[in-house]
Design a protein around this ligand. Sequence first.
Ligand code: BGC
Length: 410
Amino acid sequence: MKKLSLFQYFTIGVVSLGGFLFGYNLAVIAGALHFLAAKFHLSALHQGMLVATPLFGALLGSSFAGYIADKFGRRRALFLTSLLFFLGALITTVAPAFWLIMLGRLVAGLAVGIVSLTAPLYLAEMAPPDLRGGIVSVNQLAITVGIFVAYLVNLICCESEAWRLMFAFALLPAILQFISLFFLPEIQFSKAKGSSLRTLFTPSVMKLLLIGIGLCIFQQITGINGVVFFAPTIFAKAGFTSHSTAVFATVGIGVVNVLATVIALKLLDRAGRRLLLLVGLIGMAVSLLLVALAFSFNAMRLDLIAVIGLMSYVAFFAMSIGPITWLILAEIYPLSIRGRAMSIATFSNWLFCFLLSFSFLHIFEGLGTEGTFFLFASTSIVGAIFVFRYVPETKGRSLEEIEKQLTKGG
Ligand code: BGC
């Protein structure tokens, strides 16, 4: 990214703090849950609700995020998210009762939902066309770093059972982002009016909506959050006897997620979106098949195969449908309705994230480990076919050129 000024780097950093908070807030519960369950005597149902509440908040947040971004501007939407992130962390940190923890998690979830749309949107609109892939994906990199840091903070706070500290940690990036946002400019956007809203229902835009929704659904139904949220459970099935080695292997997954995203940043504006998506989805399917077969034949060193297979799966995800989903969403919609169109697609991402996270353990119990991985391998293959048939290449073109090309005749 040699062509960028120092101020542009600063801007990318400030906006991507949103991605960091997205990843951190979702992953932190993995470590805190155990202590919360003991402190507030939570039933299995309450624990499930605690995990699902921020996802539900994100679902809600994403449904009006586009309206806010189109009506009030991208920067104001980011101001709102940093405030909500701050509030959410504060409430959970000091909460004396379970319902307040739930409230704090809901508020943080709202912020996650809004920022999952606003941050890539801001970055795509500020980026020069030939660097846009890399710049927008810095936000995905920040998500993966957020997940990784949450795993680490969990590991550090585990010993002293300091679950309040786990939540309090999120206060810092939220304050930092709020203050830094005063220095960023607003992006030129066109406020959506009645007439432009009708654009949403033209055939060419409807087709683009289906492409966005499809990518969002495949990003989730290929199973990434089963691994991100439940890796220790999977590793336990593969024969890891101690909880701490399973947690350690999970941190390894977090590292691979970050490193592979760095590779994606380098490749996106060279190899293009389509090629990376196809290679990534096929790579994910092959890795999952390997794990599934190893479980079916109860292979020797199942633990090792599971770790390697899952790491390779996460690496292929992080180089493809992880970052590229958010990138393409920010690229393919006409400016006049960009926020709202993104909202519809992002909503489906959170809906499937919510459904899958909620049902993952049931799927895992019902289909068995090999069945679960066969299932996700097949959805990855179907995802590759979907990309091959429908997803357009957007590499190197300006957003205006993409708009002209994709909406002509619509
Ligand atoms: C996805 C999240 C996922 C994360 C993993 C994001 O792009 O939307 O659901 O947890 O990547 O890195």
